[in-house]
Design a binder for this molecule. Structure first.
Ligand code: HEM
Length: 339
């Protein structure tokens, strides 16, 4: 008995890839016959509906990280307690640890969605377990979930501030809101820089991610140009983490691993720049009629900068010189101000 041919995936078949016409060259490189594309627009609502499976996985990951962080606090092996000894009371600060856990799942989802985005806009490997429309939908749903995870991370941090405030409910709520969500509102220690960096990531992620759903109004080209800057959101997220995360506060293998995880992103970004899916984005060997000399030089500079970043990442990982603080000799006393 022969197996019937695999049925087309219904959700994928009903979707229109983001830029059908422009991605035609990329799609035609995929094995198999080209599917007809019914003109049904992907909406925010349809993507939100499709977001629950990877959203659920994200929640499970968050729960697992939370348990791990909680156990480490209880066992006094967490560097969060070294940095802030008053946090040794695991039960008293559970919201803070949950906020940290959401921070990690947010970063992981941001990492994943950037990888997917670069696979879509750069040279796609010949064999991928998912079809192009499915890959694209996963990119969109993981992006939506990243925004939700960052929001949960920030909200829980704010909620912890409210819980530990001795002021009246109204004033505690107002102060927590300002400290969490208003740039410059948090005015002490490393947080003076790290919190606005995190806020910038969140506030940029929202328009750069969601403009996709109104691209027919702003024009696909405008959307594409704006969406490119989403890499800035990712860089800000990693910067915020390495600057402020107390679990990566000190140098060591975990902090170095966070650096290491940036290598695949940088490599895929370089590939995407060198071999973009859209032929029109390819950098000509010399400034020709299509590009101005300055524009060409800038684009070349961008590619060289990514090579520089890759070299820097390799140096950090190989040398272990990861910018972390040195663990204080007495592990229970903080020598640094986290605030
Ligand atoms: C409104 C924006 C944000 C606020 C108010 C905020 C707040 C904080 C705070 C207070 C910490 C320190 C927690 C600790 O003691 O370790 C932190 C760490 C962290 N944040 Fe954010 N953050 C924001 C945005 C982001 C974004 C955009 C990401 C990534 C996508 C992110 C991921 C992380 C991670 C991974 C940590 C490390 C947690 C740990 O060390 O366990 N945050 N954030």
């Amino acid at each position: 008995m022969t197996n019937p041919p695999p049925a087309p995936e219904p959700a994928a078949a009903a979707e229109v890839p983001t830029d059908s016409a422009e991605f035609a060259s990329a799609d035609s490189r995929l094995p198999g016959p080209r599917q007809p594309r019914p003109d049904r627009r992907v909406t925010l609502r349809s993507d939100l509906r499709a977001s629950w499976p990877d959203g659920l996985v994200a929640l499970l990951v968050t729960a697992a990280v939370f348990v791990l962080l909680y156990i480490r606090i209880r066992n006094k092996t967490s560097s969060t307690v070294s940095v802030m000894p008053f946090m040794a009371d695991a039960g008293g600060f559970w919201m803070y640890f949950l906020s940290q856990a959401f921070g990690w799942s947010a970063l992981l989802w941001a990492w994943g969605t950037v990888i997917l985005g670069l696979l879509l806009s750069g040279p796609r490997p010949g064999r991928l377990p998912l079809s192009a429309p499915r890959l694209e939908r996963l990119h969109r749903t993981t992006s939506l979930n990243t925004i939700a995870l960052i929001t949960a991370h920030a909200l829980l941090f704010g909620a912890e501030l409210v819980r530990h405030s001795t002021a009246s409910w109204n004033s505690a709520l107002t102060t927590a809101f300002i400290e969490t969500f208003v740039p410059g509102g948090y005015d002490s220690g490393t947080g003076q820089i790290a919190i606005p960096v995190g806020q910038a990531a969140l506030y940029l992620a929202i328009p750069l991610g969601l403009l996709f759903y109104v691209r027919h109004r702003i024009g696909p080209k405008t959307w594409r140009v704006l969406h490119r800057f989403v890499i800035v959101v990712y860089v800000l997220s990693v910067w915020h983490t390495l600057l402020y995360g107390t679990n990566v506060w000190y140098d060591g293998w975990f902090r170095t691993s966070v650096w290491l995880l940036q290598l695949p992103i940088a490599a895929l970004l370089l590939l995407r720049l060198l071999r973009p899916a859209r032929r029109s984005e390819k950098l000509p060997l010399s400034p020709g009629a299509t590009a101005s000399r300055t524009g060409w030089a800038l684009r070349l500079g961008g590619r060289l900068a990514v090579v520089g970043v890759m070299v820097a990442l390799v140096v950090v990982v190989v040398s272990g010189n990861d910018g972390g603080r040195t663990v204080p000799p007495d592990d229970t006393a903080s020598t640094h101000n986290h605030d």
